[in-house]
Design a protein around this ligand. Structure first.
Ligand code: LLP
Length: 431
């Protein structure tokens, strides 16, 4: 197979072939794999900065804040890089709160989403003086009110409303439909705001929605915006001022030739609609995750075995569903490309699978690849929802992570050892 025939890998120009092999910025990927072993996540700092810059530029001149959704990738150095690029944080747990603070995100730029915040998590977030709680139910309003009053403070809140629009994405990552566990139903939101306004421990500052993830069109966002603005007008008519509008995250990326709108196109369309409806001066927030980090990372894996057979050919690699859970969980597609494409081996159709003892442990199906044991493969679009969803299944330690900037590379997470895995376990002491 020639280089020209190599399957494309998203993330150009930060991940690109040069002199017959894959580079990340100015470092050959194979060199990093030699140094740090595989499976190895490799990120490009320039790609992270470019993605953050695209969002910031789209919002330039507006009263706005981009809050990076940490769940996409909460590795400290990644969060630090985005915080330094001006991003705040969208968090969903006490753990993510601690990570955001540790990474230097200013507390005022943190919004706390999620349907199941505990009292302890609320307390920690109030003590840190975060910017806003995105509250998802009336029950949560009451608990937050009580916790804030115990601490003698007022909690800044926004209600997450469910606009009941179809984001036209995978059902597991669609969150804006009525029968979904997220948010307060559109037709109950006004009453919920009136209730919130009566609670002395709360200070209402905004409204928010998030309709799903990997969205590749502007229309679902515009539908949601219209529905949310109807509510804003009704709620403000009730005498409750809403300072900001948080339109969530969800912007998709190119995994396999998808053409999602750029942040510029998406934000431009939304701001134009806001202006047209007379809401141009309202503060706006976004909570992107995937579109900031997804195509800023790859996962490098080594081919262990080639298992051709009459009906199926399997390439067994050293990365697995515990490192890259998206194919098993969502039937998701990630591009897979050779790090050093070969010309001496015929291209064949392979299922690329991991060593985990599950039939669901596959990374790619029916891929045209020329590969042999010992070769390195790059799994594309691995910056989002890979390491952050990784597990220890089959007692596999989590992979190492490296961040590249120009010709320099830094290990940002050391490979886990088996001793790390059982550190919290105790030997049997009962007889
Ligand atoms: N805000 C809220 C309230 C969210 O629930 C999410 C994602 C985001 C922001 C960020 O969405 P993004 O911009 O990353 O699409 N594990 C799945 C994705 C789950 C998304 C959950 N919520 C996957 O691997 O595709």
């Amino acid at each position: 197979m020639s280089l020209a025939d190599s399957p494309p890998l998203p993330g150009a120009p930060f991940f690109a072939y040069r002199d017959g092999e894959l580079w990340v910025e100015d470092v050959p990927v194979a060199q990093l794999a030699r140094e740090h072993g595989t499976p190895l996540f490799v990120y490009s700092l320039a790609a992270l900065r470019a993605a953050a810059g695209a969002w910031q530029q789209a919002l330039a001149g507006r009263d706005a804040q981009v809050c990076y959704a940490l769940k996409a990738n909460s590795t400290l150095a990644i969060v630090q890089a985005l915080a330094r690029a001006g991003c705040g944080a969208d968090i969903v747990s006490g753990g993510e709160l601690a990570r955001a603070l540790r990474a230097g995100v200013p507390p005022q730029r943190i919004v706390f989403s999620g349907v199941g915040k505990t009292r302890a998590e609320m307390r920690a977030a109030l003590e840190a003086s975060i910017g806003c709680f995105n509250v998802e139910s009336v029950g949560e309003l009451d608990v937050l009110d009580a916790v804030a009053r115990e601490l003698g403070v007022q909690a800044p809140v926004s209600l997450r409303v469910n606009p009941d629009v179809d984001a036209r994405t995978h059902p597991y990552i669609s969150t804006g439909l009525r029968d979904n566990k997220f948010g307060i139903p559109h037709d109950e939101a006004r009453a919920a705001y009136r209730h919130a306004a009566r609670l002395p421990g709360l200070r209402i500052i905004g409204i928010d929605c998030h309709i799903g993830s990997q969205i590749t069109a502007v229309e679902p966002y515009l539908d949601a915006l219209e529905r949310v603005l109807d509510l804003v007008e009704a709620i403000e008519a009730d005498g409750i001022a809403l300072h900001h509008l948080d339109l969530g995250g969800g912007l998709g990326i190119d995994y396999r030739g998808e053409t999602p709108p750029s942040p510029q196109a998406l934000v431009g369309a939304l701001l134009a609609r806001l202006d047209a409806r007379g809401h141009g001066r309202r503060r706006v927030l976004f909570e992107p995750g995937r579109s900031l980090v997804g195509n800023a990372g790859i996962c490098v894996t080594e081919v262990l075995y080639a298992k051709p057979s009459a009906t199926k050919n399997f390439l067994v690699v050293d990365a697995a569903m515990n490192d890259l859970p998206r194919p098993a969980m969502y039937d998701a597609y990630h591009a897979i490309a050779p790090v050093q494409p070969r010309t001496d081996t015929p291209t064949q159709t392979w299922d690329v699978v991991g060593p985990v003892c599950e039939s669901g442990d596959w990374l790619g199906r029916d891929r045209e690849l020329a590969a042999q044991p010992g070769d390195l493969l790059a799994v594309g679009s691995a910056g989002a929802y890979c390491m952050s969803m990784a597990s220890h299944y089959n007692t596999r330690g989590k992979a190492a992570e490296v961040l590249v900037s120009g010709a320099r590379a830094q290990l940002i997470r050391a490979r886990e050892t088996v001793a790390d895995l059982w550190q919290q376990e105790r030997a049997l002491a009962l007889d």
